[in-house]
Design a protein around this ligand. Structure first.
Ligand code: NIG
Length: 396
């Protein structure tokens, strides 16, 4: 297929636009991209799709989504409005653990049926690749169930799913006060089995006072390394436990949240090339007042990705463009940074070198927008300008 008359944001170097551009595709790959006037003769006879001047960007990538779960947490939303904090609710047995109870009770079929409409909303906001985490099962069987659902989402919808093992998300009641035992008896065995079944692409954990310490996570990251799996970490969301520097020391793809990130953490991430995944939906929902150190990350050259964090507790948000809007308005990212954050930098946060930009050899995942300029994607609040997606070289 050949796209013509596109206003092209390749994201290969900021969002400098190519007016009246063409993109030639062969199979699921991009063969050529540039000004239509320069289109090589070899591609001129491809079936043409006229973009009529529309903005064309790489397909969006949501690199942090615990999108598989049962139940909802609207009651906690009300409790927080009455003054309870996220941590207080978690320590009282609610929060993540309330979603664990509902998720354990749900079958694989039920979880898939509940997840697909959420994924459809992400797709409607321009997503062509999403990450899906486990972490609401917290038994070997239930973590595997969640990861199987993640794989099935990718088989059921035109979207690439990267499955992340997040058994170290919370300590379930049966292991209360025994975090190390939970890691040994649930997190590690579930990781081994998930790896053996080809269900896992990366390993994540929640480093926080209400979850796990660095020391408790060492065996998990060692096991991930032994399997050749990349690691990521929920770090410095509610307090500074040095999680980002720990993750960077393990060559992590990303450290996520980061409101309480220290200068040492910024420096460690810069050294390791670890992507900072910022999650404005959780910041907004929890009415957090501590901002992630965006200026320091920018100054240190740490790549910043933006994700929805689509989950039932801290970020019930299913729109990547709304996440971009929030990243700009709440965190002062530029619209250019926000788009890099849902394309190239999000791809890096997932360790995917074959997408996130429009260039020969990369996957032909793109979005056509009813917009003239990329800043419009971040500027609109809760309205999608998506006209059409191209997924793996196919329209639709
Ligand atoms: O990324 N921070 C930990 N994990 C999720 C929240 C999950 C929940 O509250 O259910 C997150 O925000």
């Amino acid at each position: 297929m050949l796209l013509t008359h596109a206003t092209l944001a390749t994201m290969t170097g900021g969002y400098a636009l190519i007016p009246d551009a063409a993109v030639a595709m062969e199979g699921d790959r991009i063969a050529w991209a540039g000004p239509l006037a320069d289109l090589p003769a070899a591609y001129r006879s491809l079936p043409e799709h006229d973009c009529a001047g529309r903005l064309v960007t790489p397909g969006l990538i949501d690199c942090h989504t615990p999108a598989v779960f049962a139940g909802h947490r609207a009651v906690e939303f009300e409790l927080r409005l009455k003054g309870a904090s996220y941590e207080e609710i978690a320590r009282a047995g609610g929060g993540i653990l309330s979603t664990v109870i509902a998720t354990r009770a749900a079958s694989e079929e039920e979880l898939l049926a509940k997840a697909l409409p959420r994924v459809d909303q992400l797709i409607a906001s321009g997503a062509t690749t999403i990450e899906v985490k486990s972490g609401y099962g917290l038994t070997v069987g239930d973590e595997l169930k969640m990861l199987r659902v993640a794989r099935r989402i990718g088989q059921s919808r035109p979207v690439t799913v990267q499955a992340t093992h997040l058994a170290a998300h919370a300590i379930p009641p049966e292991f209360k006060g025994r975090a190390a035992a939970y890691i040994a008896e649930v997190a590690l065995p579930s990781l081994r089995q998930a790896h053996a079944e080809g269900l896992v692409d990366a390993v994540d954990a929640f480093c926080e006072g209400i979850a796990f310490s660095i020391n408790e996570l060492c065996p998990l990251f060692a096991e991930a390394k032994a399997f050749g799996l990349p690691v990521k970490l929920h770090a410095e969301q509610l307090s500074d436990l040095g999680g980002a520097a720990f993750a960077a020391g393990h060559g992590a793809l990303s450290a996520d949240h980061l409101e309480y990130l220290s200068p040492e953490g910024v420096a460690a991430m810069a050294r390791a090339g670890t992507v900072a995944v910022i999650l404005p939906g959780a910041f907004y929902t929890l009415r957090e007042s501590q901002l992630p150190p965006i200026a320091a990350l920018r100054a240190a050259g740490v790549p910043m990705a933006v994700a929805t964090d689509l989950n039932p507790g801290s970020s019930p948000m299913a729109s990547l463009t709304l996440a971009m809007n929030m990243a700009c308005t709440l965190f002062r990212l530029t619209p250019e940074e926000a788009l890099l954050g849902t394309t190239y930098h999000a791809a890096r946060a997932l360790g995917l070198a074959d997408r996130g930009r429009i260039a020969p050899g990369l996957r032909a995942d793109m979005c056509l927008w009813d917009a003239d300029h990329p800043a419009e994607l971040s500027y609109r609040i809760g309205a999608t300008a998506l006209h059409q997606r191209i997924y793996g070289g196919r329209l639709g």
